[in-house]
Design a protein. Structure first.
Lengths: 205, 205
DNA sequence: ACCTGAACACCGTTCAAGT
DNA sequence: ACCTGAACACCGTTCAAGT
């Protein structure tokens, strides 16, 4: 009933409201369900009204991606670089697998050049250096870890025929194993990996 | 001029012709350019004519993916399992990066359940067993290697802003490095990796 | 069996106009 | 500045009809 609105009447739309609706639409309707027109429908607005708050669908998606990375946990310094890297990547993996519909978007764009992505990259680099990786191998190791994490999340979140999803626990364990393999290789390939202390238990939280 | 054709007149379309056109369209027009209508245009045919040779767009894409895997090189037995794995994965990586437009399709579907995919999986498993990997770690290691290879190809083939592509040589070297890391971790995590002989040079071809 | 014409239910985006 | 109506140039797919 309140749907009737002539040209000039405001709908009270904000940029944040559009992003929220996009997130909802993505989790409810999946990747294919995220269309500008569906978004407009959800907001009870004409499709082209969105373009007052968002530059394009591409721009909208880009913001969605970087927003997600904001919730990735950064490790405390206590437990050494390998444990730290394990924590960042595992947290990234958890965040990605918790939002299965966003992962394909990540793969399609594959970059994520936003502020949060940059921040996480810097954290990773610092940890790699402390793990004894030097020179150009740092950037390379970072890229490898990111590739692997996004790729793993993609495989975990998309079931073969969208029937039964892979159990979360099992996929986490599998990712942890592959991460250990990768970190073993990265740290081990270096002549003198500065291992500060023998591996001990994970931090309390 | 020969374009005029009434209902009932045949166009001489075959299933293989459709697939070939799809491949061309993909490399010329990119992922977004691969539409049923564009395909029909290329074949000088009405859009719905394609459905006499292909079940759907999805089915068409699925065939395209498995077709590509047919050209992945399988290693000779000579050089040991680690060299063999390196060869299969590198060949897969090369095939994928040689067809940059197909890679996003791989990521979207992420499965590739075709006959060729199965064949390669079996080859990999045999090599992993010979490398000393046992039990459930075999399937896990296979998955990890596939994830990593497709993910790496995705990153290598999609430039940040579609400006300059990453040089092939450099991306190959980078992939080789990460593969070495991964294989070191996989083989190293096992108590007794059956290394048949010390690493020697690659086979002649 | 293979193809066309026409249609259905969609897309993203732009442009002019209204307040 | 924010929104609507209408339109443009597209999609994948189906259905009936023709030979």
């Amino acid at each position: 009933m309140t749907k009737a609105r002539g040209p000039g009447q405001r709908a009270g739309l904000t940029r944040e409201a559009v992003l929220t609706a996009a997130r909802e639409q993505l989790t409810e309707g999946g990747l294919d369900g995220l269309t500008m027109r569906a978004l407009a429908r959800r907001l009870a607005v004409a499709p082209n009204a969105l373009y007052s708050h968002v530059q394009s669908k591409t721009g909208l998606v880009d913001e969605l991606l970087d927003e997600l990375l904001a919730s990735v946990r950064t490790p405390d310094d206590a437990d050494g670089p390998i444990a730290g890297l394990t924590e960042v990547m595992s947290s990234t993996y958890d965040v990605l697998t918790a939002h299965p519909d966003v992962v394909p978007l990540y793969l399609a764009r594959q970059g994520a050049r936003g502020a949060n992505a940059v921040r996480l990259g810097e954290v990773m680099d610092a940890l790699l250096v402390r793990a004894g990786v030097t020179g150009p191998a740092v950037a390379e190791a970072r890229r490898v870890l990111i590739i692997h994490t996004i790729g793993s999340a993609a495989f975990a979140t998309s079931a073969p025929d969208a029937d039964r999803a892979i159990p979360t626990k099992e996929s986490q364990r599998s990712f942890g194993q592959s991460l250990r393999w990768l970190l073993t290789g990265i740290a081990g390939s270096d002549p003198a990996p500065t291992r500060e202390r023998p591996p001990k238990r994970r931090s309390v939280r």
